[in-house]
Write a protein that binds this ligand. Sequence first.
Ligand SMILES: [Zn+2]
Ligand SMILES: [Zn+2]
Length: 136
Amino acid sequence: MKGEYKTKARNMIIDYLKANADKRFTASDIVKALSKNGETIDRSTIYRNIDRLFEEGKLLRYKENDINAACYQYSEEHDSCHKHMHAQCANCGKIYHLDNNIFADAEEKLKEEYGLEIDFGKTVLIGRCEECETKE
Ligand SMILES: [Zn+2]
Ligand SMILES: [Zn+2]
């Protein structure tokens, strides 16, 4: 039964983060969200699973300046994150994994006109997401 409980907790965290892959969460956000769904998984089990998922590369983790906690976001594309460009909302921190093809023209022009080769994996565009734009 114990193993079953463990798998269940893990799957629930993955399912929840997957369904909200465009958002970032702190560990306590995840605890809150899961208990709202009527689940009874204890906090330490959730924390342990989050750590493990991060180590496995299933979650992105980053630090936010406005809140004093690490944020997590589900990423199926984690394997290729060093190859593509990201965009982040300056307000809520939401991360976007961008398709490099969008920048094919810009990449060519930067090379031609500036002699600059862009490192996609290290480039983050800063913007403001739709959600934040409509909130204020
Ligand atoms: Zn990525
Ligand atoms: Zn935002």
